[in-house]
Design a protein around this ligand. Structure first.
Ligand SMILES: N[C@@H](CCC(=O)N[C@@H](CS)C(=O)NCC(=O)O)C(=O)O
Length: 202
C-alpha cells in the first residue's frame, strides 16, 4: 500500500493519527498543495477531485476519503478499534463523527475557504459568506463545549475516530484564524488531553 499525503492538511492528518494509534506503518508519498501538485494530470488520474488523502492498494486501485481509508484499515486491523467494537458503540461513534463533520468541520473549513490566503486564486472567494460560516463555527464551539463538559472523549469513554475528526479540525482551526474561544474551557481541556497523546504529532 501507499498513502498519498499532504503534510499540513486536516484530512490526511486523520489517517496519519489513525495509523499511529493502530501502530501501523504505510509508505507515504507527499503531495504539495501549495505547488498545486494535487492538480497535475497524474494526480487527477488517481483522484479526479484532486484531494488528499488517497490510499493506493497493492492491486493498483485507489481509495480516497479519509474516513473510508480508515474504515478499510480498521477492517484489516481490528485490534484497538477506533470505530467501536460492538453495534451500539459503532453507531454512537458514527453519530458523533457525522455531527462533527456537519456542525464543526463544515463551518471551520468553509470560513477558511472563503477568507484564507491559501485559497486565493484556487476558488471564487466570498468574504461575506466566510464571515457567516465563522459565526456558525462560533455557535458550534459553544455547543461542543457543553457536550464535553461531563465527558473525557467525544463519543464514548475511549478515544475514537470521532476524537480524531475533532482533533484534526481544531489543529487546522488555529492557524486559519478560528482557534478555540477562551471561554470554551471544556474543549480546551479535551484538546490538551488529546494533544498529549503520543500519536498527536503524526
Ligand atoms: N472528504 C474528504 C476531503 C478531502 C479534502 O478536502 N482534502 C483537502 C486537504 S484537507 C485537499 O486535498 N485539498 C486540496 C485542494 O482542494 O486543493 C476526506 O475526508 O478525505
Amino acid at each position: 500500500m501507499l498513502l498519498y499525503d499532504m503534510r499540513t492538511a486536516m484530512n490526511p492528518r486523520r489517517v496519519r493519527i489513525f495509523l499511529a494509534e493502530k501502530g501501523l506503518q504505510i509508505p507515504i508519498q507527499a503531495v504539495d498543495g501549495s505547488k498545486n501538485e494535487n492538480r497535475t494530470a497524474a494526480f487527477l488520474a488517481i483522484n479526479p477531485l484532486g484531494k488528499l488523502p488517497v490510499l493506493q492498494l497493492d492491486d493498483g486501485s485507489y481509495i480516497s476519503e479519509s474516513i473510508a481509508i480508515c474504515r478499510y484499515l480498521e477492517a484489516l486491523h481490528p485490534q484497538n478499534p477506533l470505530f467501536g467494537e460492538d453495534p451500539k458503540t459503532q453507531a454512537i461513534i458514527e453519530m458523533w463523527t457525522r455531527r462533527l463533520e456537519s456542525e464543526m468541520v463544515l463551518p471551520l473549513t468553509s470560513a477558511f475557504r472563503h477568507t484564507g490566503a491559501y485559497w486565493q486564486g484556487k476558488l471564487v472567494q466570498n468574504p461575506a459568506l466566510g464571515h457567516w460560516w465563522r459565526e456558525q463555527a462560533l455557535e458550534a464551539y459553544a455547543w461542543l463545549d457543553q457536550v464535553l463538559a461531563d465527558r473525557a472523549f467525544v463519543a464514548t469513554d475511549r478515544y475514537s475516530m470521532a476524537d480524531i475528526v475533532l482533533q484534526c479540525a481544531l489543529i487546522m482551526a488555529k492557524p486559519t484564524g478560528m482557534p478555540i474561544p477562551p471561554d470554551c474551557t471544556h474543549i480546551s481541556r479535551w484538546y490538551a488531553d488529546v494533544s498529549a497523546r503520543p500519536t498527536a504529532r503524526a
